[in-house]
Write a protein that binds this ligand. Structure first.
Ligand SMILES: NC(=O)c1ccc[n+]([C@@H]2O[C@H](COP(=O)([O-])OP(=O)(O)OC[C@H]3O[C@@H](n4cnc5c(N)ncnc54)[C@H](OP(=O)(O)O)[C@@H]3O)[C@@H](O)[C@H]2O)c1
Length: 227
């Protein structure tokens, strides 16, 4: 494999491992969900990536928040805005007037497949760099190599569960930063931290616990993925 960025996940899940609720809404996962951990992680990233469902449902702006963090980025000599990246198999009904595409001056990058029409690809190209990589699913290894060539050395992945599963399956994750809240959300079909088809014995992914921080209403875990 050619060079790829350092890939670190930062995701918040409820006590029962859910990333959202049964309505797929963007919900708090702890009773005082301040999102500070995620905003702090963005400071160190060159780019932030979300899956296509997250892009369509949440339309995240992926901005650097607050004076303190803006100053930290200046100290790190990083541009104020992140490169924003999404992986989406079929982008035909993706709107390009939301926060992801319009907020911030950072480059937008879309990885998609042949499921997206040529007409839609042309429309997306008005707002983003677009790469068609794969028939039905995006080739994530190739996508990461492309990001590296575009100058992305540190890639923050914010979710959701389908994208996280695929990255783990392809051994493309280096570090996991997980916030575990004190709320139980439930729901049979609700998005979890790692969805996809799941891993069979003996291919479960293993991690090493690096750091655990206990806050009144949530835990923060820093984990290294064992390859
Ligand atoms: N709590 C948090 O920190 C957090 C963070 C992010 C998101 N979320 C929540 O997560 C939910 C969405 O998560 P999700 O699991 O449904 O979807 P997702 O991971 O956001 O998106 C997966 C999308 O990527 C596409 N894709 C293309 N190539 C892929 C590949 N190689 N591997 C995996 N996916 C590929 C899939 O398309 P096809 O399946 O059509 O091929 C699908 O559209 C939302 O409700 C959002 O609120 C929560």
């Amino acid at each position: 494999m050619k060079k790829r960025p350092f890939v670190f996940l930062c995701t918040g899940m409820s006590l029962d491992g859910k990333l959202s609720n049964y309505k797929k809404e963007c919900v708090p996962i702890s009773s005082d969900d301040d999102r500070d951990m995620l905003y702090d992680m963005r400071v160190f990233a060159d780019a932030a990536m979300v899956g296509g469902n997250t892009l369509k449902l949440d339309d995240p702006g992926l901005m650097i928040k607050g004076e303190k963090r803006i100053k930290q980025r200046m100290k790190l000599k990083k541009p104020l805005d992140l490169v924003k990246v999404s992986v989406i198999s079929n982008a035909n009904d993706l709107k390009i007037d939301g926060d992801f595409f319009t907020r911030g001056s950072g480059e937008k990058v879309i990885f998609t497949t042949k499921e997206t029409s040529n007409k839609k690809v042309e429309e997306l190209r008005k707002k983003a760099k677009v790469f068609v990589m794969g028939e039905k699913k995006v080739n994530l290894k190739k996508a990461l190599e492309t990001l590296y060539e575009l100058g992305v050395k540190k890639l923050l992945v914010e979710g959701g569960g389908e994208l996280i599963f695929s990255l783990l399956k392809d051994n493309l994750v280096d570090e996991i930063n997980l916030k575990i809240g004190n709320l139980i959300i439930g729901g049979r079909g609700t998005t979890t931290f790692c969805d996809g088809d799941g891993f069979g014995i003996p291919s479960f992914k293993k991690v090493k616990f690096v750091k655990i921080i206990k806050k009144p209403n949530y835990l923060i875990l820093k984990l290294k993925v064992i390859k």
